[in-house]
Design a protein around this ligand. Structure first.
Ligand code: ZN
Length: 877
């Protein structure tokens, strides 16, 4: 920091000297006169530089009062830079950039004395967690982290961050300066700059002058996709644990370097709602400590005190629960902090002013003032209890190390799982500072078998991956891996199951026994060498999403790829169906064929198998009909109004960022004008479609008949069910339909007598808030290639479709099934019995692939990605 300031200072003086020299050399007319002028200029510029060393308010810096406009992100960054440059109690760091290349920054604010030891304070803190070895040597300092504007169109908090920074930095403010003596404040002014600028740009384009509080005005109606999400339309407040997005990945790194004691995530909700702050609503995950509950209430009471003084309305303990681990409140909570969500009324409809239900205009100024107040109040109460905050933080981690809260003490992930999945999982654990390794010795033990949902004996080997919970990240590990979590209350804000063991579909066990890790985890070494110089064919296994990316990479290089429809053996090696085969034949036109294939395999870490013959020892020969040429897909997707932006973004992100394969997004507003024949794959994301009228469906139908492949996801299936030329049925048979209707009627009658106060419970008996089901899979179909013998589907909707009559029911729910993990309303399991999960309708020369559950949901369901990839690359070849 000091270096930066000095550099600017020196630069300023060099500038002045140059100016002086220039004036002397070029403008020397009257010596005395010019000398006076030059001295005067010199003086004025010097005054300017001295002045610039002073802290100025956001108003002075921006030229308008906070709340009068929506400030674009770069101006906020400039203001943070200004404060950091002139104040000794602020340091600014850049921790990354967004997909749209906006900087991601955070400011550290604390007393200049603390800055002298800032690195020691950070290291001491990690020593208190056990993530670093040794005992802390310095004093106890509390760390409060304030995260603003994760949802771009909840736009007041970025404005509030400037005021908060100013008042914290202002040395004339005795209150804040006293807090900074024992507290480090970290401000991330904007978690989601791309979304925030999307909103600000929209608003600044349409605002009314004078201000218009009428909800009907254009300025209160954001166009699709709105500013909530990031560039790839992901909700960054669902991504903390999975870290699928660039912003999250970069933030997790610094977050885990600091591990704050208190974390606030600033949001906005409906403009009619009063302010919300902690304590949070039930359910709380059971690993949450008594102190985390207690201090939330203390913080809430302090906020209440300040809000009471101003007469502002607020509420606590409702709606925003602490369960799903991927939020800006739960992730910090499971990582030792008191993590909280604060919600101001406003959101995308808020504008500079909006008329509320009570006929009271709510202004941007009000909104930012409330966030500013709750932010400072949180720092105040933390500083008042700094010693206790640090001690309790230390206690939380001590308990993790010595007496972890979970009944399961060790997770064993068997060595025979797919190598890529193990690699991906361990890399994911590294991001979260989770420790793992190998056991000293193998033995027989008892544990919960995820594949069969039973407690059974299993063999632990020294090659298995072992994660025990006697470690700093104990509670977070538990929330992500535990076989079944206790749900204190089933009314939750989000999905109720997310287990990574099922997401990756791993052979794994949870045991109540503690197994110590004695050796660093070592992934088996991959060999890339092709043992034959000019092989007849290259063969690659097809078992993970990285294999898909490799196939896509070969196609992009113009290399013709085939896939074996049936399993086969060659030179003593077994190859499952889906295995990729690259023959010399048909690739004659590729210059440097061998080098290209081999170097791409090396780059993408793929094991190369070679064959000097097409004659296999078991199964179909390389040249057989059953080895299909994979025609490179030319992919289009519906995008824009009527598509659900999250689903559209997941598809977009999957192709560009995970497969590096091109996709063309076609706006729903001009879909009718495009030539469908240019593409051979059309993806319809989740959405609610008016454009898919009879005419559009006819057009799509005849394109499929000519060989097109249509992929439809989630509730977009409703646009095709029971429609002319499409085989998707809401119910399989008339009898089933009749039974289901009867059941539904009976349930409804019962529910009509629900007590008024139980309304919320009534709602949830008919929903799945996201639960994991083990489904039956036809593994011989290309849609299931590389998936293995079991498949777990993350169900996030109650849609129910019958088995397909013209085609293949590849993934189905047979009979009545309960979720293996998570909550499903009591009527749901009955309702979805004997139903389709995913399948392929054969139609003319083409196919339609239906996905009832969104396989790309938040991009963390790894086996879903595999099935989805199969739909794109394997089906119909
Ligand atoms: Zn929000």
């Amino acid at each position: 920091m000091i270096k930066v300031k000095r550099a600017i200072f020196i630069e300023g003086w060099i500038g002045l000297l140059k100016l002086k020299l220039y004036l002397h050399l070029n403008l020397y007319i009257d010596g005395y006169f010019m000398k006076t002028i030059v001295s005067l200029a010199f003086f004025l510029v010097a005054v300017y530089f001295v002045e610039a060393q002073k802290l100025i308010t956001p108003k002075e810096f921006l030229g308008y009062e906070l709340g009068d406009r929506f400030t674009r992100h770069h101006r906020v960054v400039d203001y943070f830079r200004h404060v950091a440059e002139v104040m000794p109690n602020v340091e600014l760091r850049q921790y990354g950039e967004t997909y749209e290349h906006r900087p991601l920054i955070y400011a550290i604010v604390t007393s200049p004395e603390n800055f002298q030891n800032i690195e020691q304070i950070r290291v001491d803190n990690l020593k208190r967690t056990g993530l670093l070895e040794g005992a802390p040597t310095g004093q106890k300092k509390a760390i409060v982290w304030l995260s603003y504007n994760v949802h771009g169109n909840e736009a007041s908090s970025l404005e509030a961050s400037m005021l908060t920074l100013h008042d914290l930095a202002n040395t004339a403010n005795t209150k804040t300066q006293s807090w900074l003596k024992n507290t480090i404040v970290i401000l991330d002014p904007c978690i989601n700059p791309d979304g925030r600028d999307r909103y600000a740009n929209f608003y600044n384009q349409y605002f009314n002058d004078p201000v218009n509080s009428d909800r009907d005005a254009k300025e209160h109606h954001e166009p699709w996709p709105g500013g909530r999400s990031n560039h790839y339309l992901f909700d960054l407040n669902r991504d903390w644990a999975w870290g699928t997005q660039k912003e999250t990945q970069q933030r997790l790194k610094i977050y885990n370097e600091w591990l704050p004691h208190v974390h606030v995530d600033f949001h906005e909700q409906s403009y009619n709602s009063p302010y919300y702050f902690a304590p949070a609503a039930e359910p709380y995950h059971e690993v949450i400590s008594p102190w985390q509950r207690e201090f939330q209430t203390m913080i809430g009471k302090n906020n209440a005190k300040h809000f009471d003084e101003e007469g502002w309305l607020y509420f606590t303990k409702e709606f925003f629960d602490l369960y799903y681990p991927s939020y800006g409140d739960t992730y910090p909570t499971y990582n030792g902090a008191v993590g909280m969500t604060y919600e101001q009324g406003g959101g995308g409809a808020g504008g500079l002013s909006i008329m509320t239900r009570e006929g009271d205009p709510l202004t941007l100024k009000d909104r930012l003032t409330h966030h500013y107040t709750s932010g400072l109040s949180t720092i105040e109460i933390t500083s008042q209890h700094a010693d206790r905050v640090v001690e309790e933080f230390e206690k939380y981690f001590k308990q993790n190390l010595t007496n972890p809260a979970s009944p399961y003490k060790t997770y064993v992930i068997k060595a025979d799982n797919n190598r890529d999945k193990m690699d991906q999982l361990t890399k994911w654990m590294d991001i979260h500072s989770i420790k793992y390794g190998h056991a000293t010795a193998g033995k027989t033990m008892r544990g919960f078998d995820y594949r069969n949902q039973t407690v059974t004996n299993f063999n632990l080997t020294t090659d298995d991956l072992v994660v025990n919970v006697y470690q700093p990240k104990s509670r977070f590990i538990t929330t992500v891996f535990e076989p079944q979590s206790k749900l204190a209350d089933s009314v939750t804000y989000d999905i109720t199951a997310w287990n990574l063991i099922y997401s990756y579909n791993l052979n794994a066990f949870a045991t109540e026994e503690r197994i110590n890790v004695s050796r660093k985890y070592q992934l088996s070494v991959q060999d890339f060498k092709a043992t034959i110089n000019k092989p007849y064919a290259y063969i690659f296994k097809y078992q993970s999403i990285r294999d898909v990316a490799f196939a896509a990479g070969l196609m992009k290089h113009g290399i013709k790829v085939r896939a074996a429809n049936k399993s086969f053996s060659l030179s003593g090696e077994n190859f499952e169906s889906g295995s990729l085969i690259v023959t010399r034949r048909n690739n004659e036109s590729v210059g440097d064929f061998d080098t290209t294939v081999q170097s791409l395999a090396k780059k993408m870490n793929r094991k190369i198998f070679v064959s000097s013959t097409g004659f296999v020892s078991k199964g179909k020969d390389v040249g057989a009909e059953d080895v299909k040429y994979l025609k490179p897909p030319k992919i289009a997707m519906l995008f824009g109004e009527e598509t659900f932006s999250l689903s559209a973004g997941e598809i977009w992100h999957f192709f560009e960022q995970q497969l590096q394969y091109p996709i063309t997004q076609i706006g729903t507003d001009y879909f009718e004008d495009i030539e469908l024949g240019k593409y051979n794959v059309l993806i319809v994301p989740e959405g609610s479609y008016k454009i898919l009228d009879e005419q559009a469906l006819d057009r799509i139908s005849s394109w499929v008949n000519k060989g097109g492949k249509l992929i439809v996801i989630g509730n977009a299936l409703k646009s095709f069910a029971e429609k002319k030329n499409f085989g998707l049925k809401s119910y399989a048979t008339e009898t089933e339909k009749h039974d289901a209707e009867k059941k539904e009627r009976q349930a409804k009658e019962k529910e009509l007598l629900t007590r008024y106060e139980d309304a919320e419970r009534k709602e949830i008996s008919n929903v799945i808030s996201g639960a994991i089901y083990k489904i039956s899979v036809d593994t011989s179909h290309p849609l299931a290639f590389g998936v293995g013998n079991t498949y777990y589907s993350l169900k996030t909707n109650e849609l129910r479709f019958g088995y397909l009559e013209e085609g293949w029911n590849v993934g189905v729910i047979r009979g009545t099934v309960k979720p293996v993990q998570g909550f499903a309303g009591r009527h749901i399991n009955k309702k979805i019995e004997n139903s389709l999960v995913f399948g392929v309708e054969e139609k003319g020369e083409g196919q339609i692939v239906y996905f009832v559950d969104n396989p790309l949901f938040r991009s963390f369901w790894e086996s879903g990605k595999m099935v989805f990839s199969n739909a794109v690359f394997m089906v119909g070849q």
